[in-house]
Design a protein. Structure first.
Length: 160
């Protein structure tokens, strides 16, 4: 049992070291190429039933294609095979869903990223995708929509 515990601590320590290494080696937010023509973000990704939690996945792209990579897998989505890009915002994270027409890829593809309550990361990613020529639809999360409906109900109910 003690040996199992030692291995679990060792694996956790290695995970922390790898995460720190990836964060230090990632390009700064401002280093996106000329006029923001390249997008590069770390986060989590789910492609079909397989996924990687953040920051072990990379979402990158340019005017011609978007790519999600994790582990030894990379999935490239050429611009003309992307049907729609939808972004959802929740309290502390955002998710980008990619609807595509690539028959050999799983249907469900998403990239998730975290941000603080005052962080501009969600809008920055959305703006970069729009700058690269992609049409992005922003959808409110179910939780935030429910909260807004509840707030409207309370305001209407207790209006003086």
């Amino acid at each position: 049992m003690e040996s199992l515990w030692s291995w679990m601590v060792f694996i956790a320590a290695i995970s922390v070291i790898i995460s720190a290494h990836l964060r230090l080696r990632s390009p700064a937010s401002t280093e996106r190429g000329p006029a923001g023509e390249f997008l590069w973000e770390k986060g989590g990704a789910w492609i079909g039933f397989y996924g990687a939690s953040g920051p072990l996945a990379t979402f990158s792209g340019d005017r011609d294609a978007l790519c999600i990579s994790f582990g030894y897998e990379s999935h490239v989505f050429v611009k003309d095979r992307i049907v729609a890009l939808r972004m959802y915002r929740s309290l502390l994270s955002g998710t980008l869903y990619i609807e595509h027409a690539v028959p050999i890829y799983p249907r469900h593809v998403k990239f998730a990223f975290t941000f603080g309550p005052r962080s501009p990361r969600f809008n920055r990613i959305k703006d970069q995708l729009v700058t690269l020529g992609y049409a992005v639809t922003e959808k409110p999360s179910v939780l935030l929509s429910t909260i807004n409906v509840f707030k409207s109900f309370i305001a209407e109910r207790f209006k003086s």
